[in-house]
Design a binder for this molecule. Structure first.
Ligand code: BG6
Length: 489
């Protein structure tokens, strides 16, 4: 491992994400030697008045499960410094800058700085602007990188405004926009499977593929996040970011190399060929849902902190088309929702049947040939299944499914870093392959905005699906109309 010297400046250090994901991830990188153990410090900021001691307790608590001993956790925590900070107060940034320089000297960090903004999105731009204006960026040859959490805007306009605000302090190549789906093992594996296998890439087009289905299903409701969620909805929360990112990886052409610039430019090209619907196109090709009541489970409108007349969608299904040579006429069906039957993310690639079924034609076949399906299971279990047709043992020519399955082993699972650990690691190395570039994010907003606009004007018939189901009926009809059906019912 290359051990990188780094000073982190984390905005949102008292937050839930920091405790659950960021500290354990940074700890693992420190332990594995990716972060230089001698030359590392983190300044955490938040509104609360915390002492360094209190901060250290929180750090120890959040990493202790991964630590060999309490001493190891404490040793790690000793690199953490807390500063109470009001993000709108310019003077506070002067203090931060001074503190950063002091710690840089103390740990001989040589100017490598990672700014991580994980707080209420309305402050993203303010923080970024002030960092530069108040000399928080180093200027002695080290790197300055900004990691920024989602949501990146709430429509194209606000995203562009945010992007311009970031642009005043950081160049595009210094900005790392988090989409944690890009840190998932199976999402990264899509590129390996596609571009490492002529067998797969050779049939990855409209000649062989009938349709593609991407499902991000959640069993839980909005829990205690209704305050945020009700103002966002599933389209913004799951489609504009995670689903669009997966679609771009599924549809992109082969990049010139596996460098971030090359991968990103192909993803952008793919997203640019994604058809943006007219309002009528939206009504025809997108379905929204909101869950109703089921036994003890309250309907969405009666969840805590949700207004009783909320029209926020907790479910989205849609048909996405890519107008290019490779994908013309292949529907990409996407769906996501809260309170569904189960928690899983999967991609089903449905292949066409042979043009002529010689077995049936000769009258010797019992049973139909099924569509070949390649299923990539992203979560919770990492596996790949290729569903083929085969012959049933015995006399005659009876067909039966023949599945080729690869399941991630326990050893592989143990070697798989959490998305946040992987992404922070990439940012430390300056590799932006698994982060969303502005052009990708902007394009995804343009796609989502037309849907949002229609939905903000048309009155929905909510609630329209039962908790524990796979969503509204209209989502099945969307596929049935094309002669297709969801592989995962
Ligand atoms: C987040 C959304 O981005 O992704 C949440 O804000 C959602 O609403 C979560 O629950 C799902 O992520 P994962 O990794 O659990 O599928």
């Amino acid at each position: 491992a290359t051990a990188t010297r780094a000073l982190f400046m984390l905005f949102g250090a008292t937050g839930d994400l920091a405790k659950r994901k960021l500290y354990p991830s940074i700890f693992n990188l420190y332990k594995k030697g990716y972060i230089d153990q001698e030359h590392f410090a983190l300044i955490g900021t938040g509104r609360r008045e915390w002492s360094d001691d209190k901060f250290h307790e929180v750090i120890v608590e959040s990493v202790k499960d991964n630590a060999e001993s309490e001493d190891e956790a404490k040793g790690f925590a000793s690199h953490f410094y807390y500063m109470s900070h009001d993000v709108t107060n310019p003077e506070h940034y002067d203090a931060l800058s001074e503190y950063a320089n002091k710690l840089d000297d103390k740990y001989d960090i040589q100017g490598n700085r990672i700014f991580y903004i994980s707080m209420a999105p309305n402050f993203f731009g303010t923080v970024a602007k002030n960092l530069k204006a108040h000399n928080c960026l180093s200027d002695n040859g080290g790197f300055n990188r900004l990691i920024i959490e989602k949501p990146f805007g709430r429509d194209y306009e606000s995203a562009e405004e945010l992007n311009n605000a970031l642009g005043k302090s950081f160049n595009e190549n210094q900005v790392y926009r988090i989409d944690h789906y890009l840190g998932k093992e199976m999402v990264q594996n899509i590129l390996a499977l596609r571009f490492g296998n002529p067998l797969i890439e050779g049939i990855w087009n409209n000649k062989y593929i009938k349709n593609v289905q991407v499902t991000l299903a959640e069993k839980l409701g909005v829990e205690e996040r209704a305050g945020y969620y009700d103002g966002a909805g599933a389209l913004r929360d799951m489609i504009q970011n995670h689903t669009m990112q997966m679609l771009s990886i599924l549809t992109m052409e082969d990049p010139v190399s596996f460098k971030d610039v090359d991968v990103r430019s192909e993803k952008i090209r793919a997203l640019r060929s994604m058809r943006i619907y007219s309002p009528d196109g939206v009504r025809e090709n997108f379905v929204r849902g909101q869950y109703g009541k089921n036994g003890d489970q309250a309907d969405y409108r009666h969840e805590d902190n949700v207004p009783e007349n909320s029209n926020t969608e907790t479910y989205v299904a849609g048909k996405v088309m890519f107008d290019n040579q490779r994908w013309a006429n292949v529907p990409f069906y996407i769906r996501t929702g809260k309170m569904l039957a189960d928690k899983f993310t999967r991609i089903d690639i449905v292949f066409k049947k042979p043009l002529i079924d010689i077995f049936a034609a000769s009258g010797k076949q019992e049973g139909d040939l099924q569509n070949n399906v390649l299923t990539l299971f992203v979560d919770p279990v990492n596996k790949v299944i290729l569903h083929l047709n085969g012959k049933k043992a015995g006399q005659g020519m009876e067909m039966q499914p023949l599945d080729l399955t690869h399941v991630q082993s326990d050893a592989e699972k143990a070697a798989t870093p959490e998305p946040y650990e992987r992404l922070i690691h990439d940012a430390i190395l300056g590799d932006a392959t698994n982060f969303a570039s502005w052009d990708e994010v902007g394009r995804a907003w343009k796609f989502a905005d037309v849907i949002r606009n229609v939905w903000d004007h048309d009155q929905p018939a909510f609630p329209n699906y039962t908790p524990g189901s796979m969503g509204p009926k209209a989502a099945d009809e969307l596929l049935a109309r094309d002669g297709n059906e969801w592989i995962k019912k």
